[in-house]
Design a protein around this ligand. Structure first.
Ligand code: CAA
Length: 381
């Protein structure tokens, strides 16, 4: 199997560094954090120590400016080891890219250098109890009063909302305007009227905290508004155009981990007097799994490279990459459990975790039904 010939030396170097960190310092803790649902402190420390948080941040703001393909390569390696930690890692650009893409110079200077080092963690909060796929239907209101806005409402499914030092929160100045009323705000813990609510108990990525956020007459200075009133929906969607390939990359990481585990087990497991890898039925399954992962990786890399080339309007490819890669991860992880048989169904082996973790990849950052809707809209005009 050849390495990816199109990677630059720099991209290969950052991938290899992420692989080393993921295998030596993140993978050993993954099962424990999954079992205990604890915040993955040790794994986050490993990312901080290796400087990986800053790869999407421009050098002028303290990062290493390596681009979207590098982000995908690193996200894949971390997800291979622990999808919950990878979710935390990708949450940093998810919450931080709105600032990079749409922030004022003052906002960039205030947040980006600390996001680059990981001293400050970010989060992104679009979804609400009544607005998931229908993001433009969100109901958290922002009413301007002099030099501040007053926010009221509830957000849901916010990854890392309880650990973030800055959260990009989307509210509306007028719900009747739908997308055109949505406005983004940079919320910090400690703002009066802002509180973190219930932490979800999840099927997978259990070490990645997912929380509700509450706003009760929360006063937010005007300087904390990102872009203009009504820019919020564009900010939200343009950010997802970049982070959906990174989500696809996490799915590739889970798929590769499941494939690697299945190959290893098939060579060891003896039945009918021989390793099960000698049976053509197993070989065909492994070959199909390998093709799924390979195709997913190429789609993710293509979508990420479009971003790096500055090609605008990559929504179609970003949605395809996220959708295909997460469907592939789900299929591959399910097949890995099948190859492990009864053992695969126990928590003694990691493949059941891969299967649970793969599932969220088909749901968050826009369900795969929404991705198909986006793809079909592009096709049909
Ligand atoms: N880039 C720029 N602008 C965009 C855009 C994009 N990718 N997509 C849409 N827009 C613009 C449209 O052009 C339109 O503007 P005009 O009216 O000026 O033409 C405006 O935004 C409204 O767009 P639509 O009419 O397409 O809006 P819609 O209500 O039909 O919804 C949708 C579109 C694709 C369904 C969208 O709501 C969507 O993506 N929903 C899923 C939300 C989602 O992904 N949530 C996940 C949250 S993140 C997460 O999971 C976080 C986590 O913690 C891991």
């Amino acid at each position: 199997m050849n390495d990816l010939f199109y990677l630059t030396d720099e991209q290969r170097m950052i991938r290899d560094l992420a692989r080393k960190v993921a295998r030596e310092r993140i993978a050993p803790h993954a099962a424990h954090y999954d079992e205990t649902e604890q915040y993955p402190e040790e794994s986050i420390r490993a990312i901080l120590d290796s400087g990986l948080y800053g790869i999407w941040v421009p050098e002028a703001h303290g990062g290493s400016d390596m681009g979207c393909l590098a982000l995908a390569l690193v996200a894949e390696e971390i997800a291979w080891a622990c999808a919950a930690t990878a979710t935390q890692f990708v949450d940093q650009p998810l919450g931080g890219l709105p600032i990079l893409l749409f922030g004022s110079e003052a906002q960039k200077q205030k947040y980006l250098p600390r996001l680059a080092t990981g001293e400050l963690l970010a989060a992104y909060s679009l979804s609400e109890p009544g607005a998931g796929s229908d993001a433009a239907g969100l109901r958290t209101t922002a009413v301007r009063q002099g030099d501040r806005y007053v926010l009221n409402g509830a957000k849901q499914w916010c990854t890392n909302g309880d650990h973030a030092g800055v959260i990009c929160v989307f509210a509306t100045i007028d719900p009747s305007k739908r997308a055109k009323g949505i406005t983004a705000f940079l919320i910090e813990p400690g703002m009066p009227g802002f509180s973190v609510g219930k932490k979800e108990k999840k099927m997978g990525i259990r070490a990645s905290p997912t929380v509700a956020l509450h706003f009760e007459d929360c006063e937010v200075p005007v300087e904390q508004r990102l872009g203009d009133e009504g820019d919020g929906f564009t900010i939200a969607m343009r950010t997802l155009d970049i982070t959906r390939p990174a989500t696809g990359a996490m799915a590739v990481g889970i798929g590769q981990a499941a494939l690697d585990a299945a190959v290893g087990y098939a060579k060891e497991r003896q039945q009918f007097g021989q390793p099960i890898a000698t049976f053509q039925g197993i070989q065909f399954m492994l070959a199909d799994m390998a093709m799924q992962v390979h195709a997913a990786r190429l789609m993710v890399h293509h979508a990420a490279r479009q971003v790096d080339e500055g090609i605008r309007g990559n929504t179609y490819e970003a949605s395809m990459a996220k959708c295909w890669a997460s469907d592939a991860a789900m299929k591959v992880a399910t097949d890995a459990v099948q190859i492990f048989g009864g053992y695969g169904y126990t928590r003694e082996f990691p493949v059941e975790r891969f299967m649970r973790d793969a599932k969220i990849m088909q749901i968050y950052e826009g369900t795969n039904q929404i991705q198909r809707l986006v793809i079909a809209r592009e096709l049909l005009g």
